[in-house]
Write a protein that binds this ligand. Structure first.
Ligand SMILES: Cc1cc2nc3c(=O)[nH]c(=O)nc-3n(C[C@H](O)[C@H](O)[C@H](O)COP(=O)(O)OP(=O)(O)OC[C@H]3O[C@@H](n4cnc5c(N)ncnc54)[C@H](O)[C@@H]3O)c2cc1C
Length: 523
């Protein structure tokens, strides 16, 4: 089998993988890299999800890359526009030949003797296997399983004579003209789908178990005319800074003064609904930002509810019947189409097997150093964005950090870097911290752990992360570097032994302390 040797191997051609490749092109143009993508297209989430109305719920000034301004006036962009933006970015950075489509990474094994990753790949089309070798591995595989969403089987589904669909596998030709649609769920997908489907459906019902905080934001940036007077790059940076500050202020205020924020959020919903819908459907039992908040452009969800094109029900499903759903309250919901917006199945590093020197790595045992490098896993990074503001804000600065780290390693002749927790800072919390959405609770046993303090504590704080990742020192007492002329193996007492390849001498700190001690005794 022919094996390709690379400096960096990127898994995934979504917004993060393409971003990482652009950062390499900009900062380390001499590095060789490929992007392995299991699908046939660029864009990840924005290519996979095709349900009506699919859009971002982050503003595009912060969801776009720092290095490539988003120029459309819409604040929350449609899926196809984001897909186009990612594709255009890849084209601008001439990434075409670096992306290998239909390559699913199944396994990556690190060897500390050879100082490289061996990456096993299965081709999606013909099932053939390929192998790649790389100095550094970057996981840009998002956070969920691409094969299927979370789709719990509900009682009586088999009796339903209508159509059941899941947003992750939206049937291209789904006909819902004049049909009664029930959307199960209360998250970002449900609040997007409900107004988007009302233009064709006879009626759309949103069926939720419990309410969510919903915030209406302007569809078009109110300052758009101001930005049009400025150079594009300046306007983008200013809009970005403003949106980061606003999002951060809302988050911090929600944590510090939950009652005040709750009152303000509910007051705005009441104003939007104008007494047409019972407020109990919009009054969550938890505090703002205990779970991800939903946003809607220009109150589109409230508008269709006001006009009676859609309705909202808060109840539990007893079972499907042949013509709809029977609820715990005894109410019957007639339906021709049921959309199960029941969420995602969380999966990290694309579900691959990661092995370090023969030992399998379990993500629930690891912490994430500076939110980028994986504890005890050499030369490996995981691009994992924010959950309270735009994902890409974090990915951008993480890519910058990685490029700085690679440059540092080149400058000092290091071949290997690995973050070690020497003082036991692991907690049992996951890296999502206090956010308690259903998909996070379901994945608790698979998620990396939160650290007690920096650099192991994953913070949802862009400004502090930006200082650390963009300007902070690379060297610290957590990162362990190995030079090109040393090999490593585990000593008989579990200590790390570093052997100089030329002289064969043990050059580990432990060995030098032992020599000093022996010398003192001999003296
Ligand atoms: C419907 C929806 C809406 C969202 N809206 C927002 C939003 O508004 N704001 C926000 O911040 N976040 C949002 N998110 C989260 C979103 O996933 C991220 O913002 C972002 O798109 C993730 O980009 P990514 O490139 O890291 O991962 P993804 O977009 O998930 O891309 C991962 C890529 O890796 C590939 N891959 C996976 N496993 C393998 C493997 N083993 N081998 C090879 N390739 C592999 C996949 O095929 C895919 O192309 C949303 C998520 C969903 C599902």
């Amino acid at each position: 089998m022919q094996v390709e040797n690379l400096d960096v191997l990127i898994m995934g051609a979504g917004i993060s993988g393409i971003g990482m490749a652009c950062h390499l092109r900009r900062r380390l143009p001499e590095k060789t890299f490929v992007i392995l993508e299991r699908r046939q297209a660029i864009g990840g989430t924005w290519d996979l999800f095709r349900y009506p109305g699919i859009r971002s719920d982050s503003d595009m000034c912060t969801f776009g890359y720092a290095f490539r301004p988003w120029t459309e006036p819409k604040i929350l962009a449609d899926g196809p526009a984001i897909r186009q933006y990612v594709n255009d970015t890849a084209r601008e950075y001439n990434l075409g030949r670096t992306i290998r489509f239909e390559r699913r990474v199944v396994r990556a094994e690190w060897s500390s003797v050879d100082r490289h990753w061996t990456v096993e790949v299965q081709r999606e089309g013909d099932g053939r296997h390929e192998r790649y070798r790389a100095r550094f591995l970057v996981g840009c595989t998002g956070y969920y399983n691409y094969d299927a969403g979370h789709n719990p089987r509900l009682p009586g589904e088999e009796h339903f004579e209508g159509r059941i669909v899941h947003p992750q596998q939206w049937p291209e030709q789904l006909d819902y003209i004049g049909k009664r649609v029930v959307v199960i769920g209360s998250g970002a997908t449900a609040v997007t789908l409900v107004p988007a489907m009302t233009d064709r459906a006879a009626h759309v019902t949103m069926l939720q178990r419990s309410p969510t905080y919903i915030l209406s934001v302007p569809a078009i940036d109110p300052a758009a005319s101001l930005w049009s007077w400025m150079p594009r790059g300046v306007a983008y940076r200013l809009a970005r800074a403003r949106n980061v500050a606003l999002a951060r202020a809302l988050y911090v205020l929600s944590r510090a003064r939950p009652k005040t924020v709750r009152r303000l959020l509910l007051r705005e919903v009441r104003r939007q609904l104008r007494g047409t819908v019972d407020m109990r459907h919009f009054t969550p039992t938890y505090n703002p930002w205990d779970e991800r908040m939903c946003v809607v452009p220009d109150g589109d969800l409230f508008r269709v509810l006001r006009r009676g094109k859609a309705s909202i029900v808060t109840d539990h499903i007893e079972s499907f019947t042949s013509s709809g759903l029977r609820l715990r309250s005894g109410e019957m919901l007639p339906a021709d189409v049921v959309v199960k917006a029941t969420g995602l199945d969380v999966q990290l590093m694309g579900g691959i097997d990661v092995v370090v020197d023969g030992k399998p790595v379990q993500s629930r045992d690891q912490m994430i150093y500076k939110g980028v490098l994986i504890q005890d896993v050499p030369n490996a990074a995981m691009m994992f964005g924010y959950s309270n503001i735009a994902w890409t804000l974090k990915v951008d600065i993480a890519c910058e950090y990685l490029c700085r780290l690679l440059r540092h390693m080149d400058d000092h002749g290091f071949e290997m870097v690995v973050p070690r927790d020497r003082i036991g800072l692991r907690t049992e919390d996951t890296i999502f911290g206090s956010l308690s959405a259903g998909y996070i609770r379901r994945a608790e046993d698979r998620l990396p752990r939160q650290g007690k303090q920096t650099p192991w504590k994953v913070r949802n704080d862009y400004v502090r992360d930006m200082w650390t990742l963009r300007f902070g020192s690379i060297k610290d007492d957590v990162l362990e570097f190995r030079r090109a002329d040393t090999t490593s193996s585990r000593g008989s007492h579990g200590r790390t032994t570093r052997v100089d390849r030329k002289s064969g001498r043990d050059v580990s700190p432990y060995a030098s302390r032992r020599r000093e001690r022996d010398g003192a005794r001999a003296g």
